[in-house]
Design a protein around this ligand. Structure first.
Ligand SMILES: Nc1nc2c(ncn2[C@@H]2O[C@H](COP(=O)(O)OP(=O)(O)OP(=O)(O)O)[C@@H](O)[C@H]2O)c(=O)[nH]1
Ligand SMILES: [Mg+2]
Length: 313
């Protein structure tokens, strides 16, 4: 559950379908040709597994799908419809299996921390989240805890005006935890509904920067009970499986409890959603489907599969 409740409207589903178009065409193109033809390969299992891996679903999911298809097909060669339905069932299982993050809840201010590698879409996602909360009539403070990259604070300030949120920043080069401290104090004093913290992009290998994230988590937790309530790891779909390896270090340092997959529009690698959920064991909360402030879709396994591997194509 999350802030936006209107994700089932046709336009949002259509946006998701549009965003997943290249991923869907890639996946369908790879696997539909393997089945149903007159000359079915005896190695269909291996071919199917390879096709699923090429579509970025990951080796674990690919093996599970093939095993299930073998199981349900028995001695006969599977039909394309059978493969598709079995694959949908297994993928749905994977996507829906991590326990969901806490819902909107009663925490006030609710603190959302966004973390991830450089250029993944953190700042844009912060703005998109603020936009939907503001639209629901909530008061939101944005915190520019990216004091590292020049002009990062200006980028967030511009977004804050666009989406109707308040804004707290320090000078470039300031201690990010100090900005977070001030933003949390401001959020409490002003009695706002939500505080969303944007952080600098960092690599999982940059130990001091990972410690900095731990400090941000500690600082805000001391000021606001239970904070950060949501720690969202922002992952870029276009980087495919590399992103999964980079992600692990963040889980420990920042207590990540939700994933956001950005840039699913315009990539053929949307299938990586399956892989990240399976390998990280953390629920996927949102998909980024464009650069605009409204291009954020609540992740729903059924909607997602309808976009990636429709039941009838
Ligand atoms: N197509 C598309 N572009 C996106 C999406 N999300 C972000 N972007 C673009 O990706 C680029 C980087 O986005 P930012 O939000 O600045 O990324 P960041 O993680 O804050 O980057 P750093 O702060 O430099 O680490 C920008 O050009 C965004 O417009 C998305 O869902 N779809
Ligand atoms: Mg940024």
């Amino acid at each position: 559950m999350s802030a936006g409740q209107d994700d089932k409207t046709p336009s949002r589903l259509e946006r998701l379908r549009q965003g997943l178009r290249r991923s869907r065409e890639g996946l369908l193109g790879r696997i539909s040709g393997l089945f149903g033809g007159a000359t079915q390969s005896v190695d269909w299992g291996e071919d199917l597994e390879a096709a699923l891996i090429q579509a970025d679903l990951g080796p674990g999911a690919a093996a599970r799908v093939v095993e299930a298809v073998r199981g349900s097909a028995g001695a006969t060669a599977p039909s394309w419809e059978g493969v598709r339905e079995t694959a949908r069932r297994i993928l749905r299982d994977i996507l829906a299996s991590p326990p969901g993050a806490a819902g909107p809840g009663v925490a006030r201010p609710r603190v959302i921390l966004c973390v991830g590698v450089n250029g993944g879409g953190k700042t844009t996602t912060v703005a998109k989240l603020a936009r939907r909360l503001a639209r629901d009539g909530q008061r939101v403070v944005l915190c520019a805890a990216d004091t590292f990259r020049a002009a990062a604070d200006e980028q967030l300030r511009v977004w804050s005006e666009r989406v109707g949120a308040e804004f707290i920043a320090h000078r470039p080069g300031a201690d990010p935890s100090a900005v977070v401290f001030d933003a949390a104090a401001a959020a409490l004093a002003r009695g706002v509904d939500a505080l969303i913290i944007d952080t600098a992009g960092r690599l999982h290998t940059q130990d001091p920067l990972m410690r900095e994230l731990e400090k941000i988590v500690r600082v805000v937790g001391r000021q606001i009970a239970g904070a950060p309530h949501e720690v969202l790891l922002i992952l870029d779909a276009t980087t495919g499986q590399n992103g999964v390896n980079q992600a692990r270090q963040f889980l420990a340092a920042a207590r990540v409890n939700g994933l956001v997959l950005t840039k699913v529009d315009g990539t053929a690698r949307g299938g990586v959603a399956v892989r990240i959920v399976q390998e990280l064991g953390i629920p996927l909360r949102y998909l980024g489907t464009g650069e605009g402030p409204d291009d954020l879709v609540d992740f729903d396994p059924d909607d997602f599969l309808e976009g990636l591997l429709p039941s009838a194509a």
